[in-house]
Ligand binder design. Sequence first.
Ligand SMILES: [Fe+2]
Length: 252
Amino acid sequence: MPGPADRTDVPPKDPLACTECGASSRERQYARTPERRTCEHCLLDARKRLGGLEEDPYELFVESLAEALDLRERETGLHSKRVATHTLLLAAHHYTDVKDLREVYWGSLLHDIGKIGVPDAVLLKPGRLTDEEWRIMRLHPANGHLILEKLPFLAMAADIVLCHEECYDGSGYPAGLKGEEIPLAARLFAVVDTLDAMTFDRPYRKALPFDTAKAEIQRMAGSQFDPLAVDTFLAEETALREMVTLAFPPGR
Ligand SMILES: [Fe+2]
């Protein structure tokens, strides 16, 4: 009978494990220094606290719910938390009340909660959507709003969910709102969501470099995006670039 010193079933220590929480390859690893590595969860949590939000049990539950929604659509769980954290970075330029910042975070985190009502055949369809499938897909902001509007302490978050697919020039949906008719937080979110969509891998293409996404966002200032939101994005360029570049270092 082998003694403890002879055991071979203990997994070797993972040299790439997150130095904060110990997570190994389950999460994308961010190299911070040669000695210290941080997983995406821990990096996002640190960013969130910089934005003025402390952890609370409700928030952890809502983050888990958002992660479950992401897993269904994207096979990875951190898209919503990433865009919520980054929207919070931008929102800190415009909102000072912690209650408002919390609602910005929750609204961004749950922006696509209405997709829970979109059938897999539409949500996960690899090719182009038909007109009828688009009609179904475009119901998700209003359905998300319906889910959140029952919670009186989340009125502002519900408005972000309702307006997160609106465009500054009125070409978005569901209402075709224009300019300042769209809540500021939703205008900030739109820029961050596009950055995330372009700089992270999608099933149909590899991630694009940060500078490609930046050029596209600047090109769309005044049409798809509020110029004020683009200016705020540029003010946080260093932090956002670091996040994207650490996730996908050149030559990976
Ligand atoms: Fe959406």
